[in-house]
Design a protein around this ligand. Structure first.
Ligand SMILES: Cc1cc2nc3c(=O)[nH]c(=O)nc-3n(C[C@H](O)[C@H](O)[C@H](O)COP(=O)(O)OP(=O)(O)OC[C@H]3O[C@@H](n4cnc5c(N)ncnc54)[C@H](O)[C@@H]3O)c2cc1C
Length: 401
């Protein structure tokens, strides 16, 4: 495996194939030429990812990396998804995230829905948003209260959702709600996933959205949603509810999060790499005391740690992805990769700001964007504390209730 300034030039031997190498190089070239300049221009003004860029992502097949070929996707694995994600995130995390809106949201579709929707998702023509979190239910998914009641041939939805990123731009929502009343003795039961079709750019009757003011992750909006008698057809239940296993809906959230966490680990590695690459350029060009700051051991050693931590996080991420592709259970490995990579990304991007001195604290340089976005990786798809809980539960008996 050869390296150039924190960038992997060659997919490591253990995972190498010519196809993977070509995927890596194509994604890198695209990210640096087509994504980075747009990110630098739009993030400071909180502009939205342009449709022209989305079209290019679609042409490259990035919305359908994980979608089987028979449904119009590339039919590749999580490893390839990770390769592309790291490169896109190095340029703009939001772009690395939007590809999940095709790749990650087909779980539970019926065969009819798969035939109808997956080809459109792979082409980027039909993208989703995931409405799970609520005002009272973040880390504690089993406490969601949003309610779906079957009335005749329709589900009637009432309740609140928080933090639904891309709810406005999406062509459908995957909504997690309770198909049976909340039972404090059996909180994991009755959780179901629903397909909520909608028109891009609008909310359907029965849904009101309020954009949330956030400090990063620009390029798209994150919404608080209010459901008031939203009606959807009976067959739009995807997972859980009245099915045989009352806990299926909850378990499938956990399964979905496992892939999302590996995706987040790759996003974190990409962000950290941006900080490292930019810091190296700055350390070579910025002079103080008559010499480049990159001559000072204090700066050199920061670079050494940044590069080492990126490598370690990437290796964990690759291992979790490979494990997943081989069909092994990997919730703990996914949590480890996510925990380590996201904590690393915040630290490394912060060190990048330090290397830039005052310049790092301005929006003239991308460092502050990397840092703001890296900060989020420790929070979404399960906070660092929740990852630690999952990991420690695998090593120690669970504490008694
Ligand atoms: C910008 C952004 C975009 C998002 N996009 C989406 C989206 O598209 N769809 C979606 O459904 N959600 C989304 N989320 C929500 C995100 O997944 C939640 O914010 C996250 O799961 C944490 O939940 P919370 O914010 O309610 O924090 P809380 O769960 O209230 O946690 C608060 C603090 O308590 C800690 N804590 C909680 N429980 C425990 C415990 N048992 N042990 C130890 N510590 C604990 C947490 O780690 C945290 O430090 C998004 C969030 C943000 C900020």
């Amino acid at each position: 495996m050869s390296r150039l300034r924190g960038v992997i030039e060659r997919v490591p031997a253990a995972y190498y194939s010519d196809e993977r190498q070509a995927i890596l190089e194509a994604a890198r070239e695209f990210a640096m030429k087509e994504v980075l300049p747009i990110a630098n221009q739009l993030d400071p003004v909180q502009g939205e990812i342009p449709m022209s860029l989305r079209d290019k992502l679609a042409e490259l097949g990035y919305f359908g990396i994980l979608i089987p070929e028979e449904y119009g996707g590339l039919g590749l694995g999580i490893f390839e998804y990770v390769l592309v994600t790291e490169e896109l995130a190095r340029a703009w995390m939001s772009v690395a995230s939007i590809i999940a809106r095709g790749n990650g949201l087909g779980g539970g579709f019926s065969e009819v829905q798969r035939r109808e929707m997956l080809p459109k998702m792979a082409r980027g023509e039909c993208l989703g948003a995931f409405a799970l979190s609520e005002p009272g239910a973040g880390s504690d998914v089993a406490s969601i209260r949003c309610r779906a009641e079957l009335v005749g041939d329709e589900w009637v939805i009432n309740g609140q959702k928080m933090w639904c990123t891309f709810a406005d731009g999406a062509d459908f929502l995957v909504l997690v709600a309770r198909a049976t009343p909340y039972d404090p003795q059996n909180r994991h039961a009755g959780i179901a996933h629903f397909l909520v079709p909608k028109e891009r750019g609008k909310f359907p009757p029965g849904v009101e959205g309020t954009p949330m003011r956030k400090i990063g992750y620009h390029g798209w909006k994150t919404w608080e949603l209010s459901f008031n008698d939203l009606r959807i057809p009976k067959d739009h239940i995807l997972i859980g509810g009245d099915r045989a296993d009352a806990r299926e809906g909850f378990k499938r959230v956990a399964g979905w999060l496992s892939v999302a966490r590996i995706h987040t680990a790759a996003r974190s590695v990409g962000l950290a790499r941006g900080a490292l690459e930019d810091s190296i350029v700055y350390a070579e060009s910025r002079e103080q005391f008559g010499r480049p700051i990159g001559d000072f051991q204090a700066i050199r050693f920061k670079i050494a740690w940044m590069a080492t931590e990126i490598e370690a996080a990437r290796d964990l991420t690759y291992a979790a992805a490979d494990n997943s592709d081989r069909g092994h259970r990997n919730d703990v490995e996914a949590s480890m990769a996510k925990l380590f990579a996201s904590e690393m990304a915040e630290k490394v991007t912060s060190e990048g700001i330090q290397i830039h001195g005052g310049a790092g604290y301005t929006s003239e340089f991308a460092l502050e964007r990397y840092w703001r976005d890296a900060r989020l990786t420790k929070i979404f798809e399960g906070t660092s504390e929740i990852q630690q809980r999952i990991i420690s539960d695998a090593y120690l008996p669970r504490p008694k209730k």
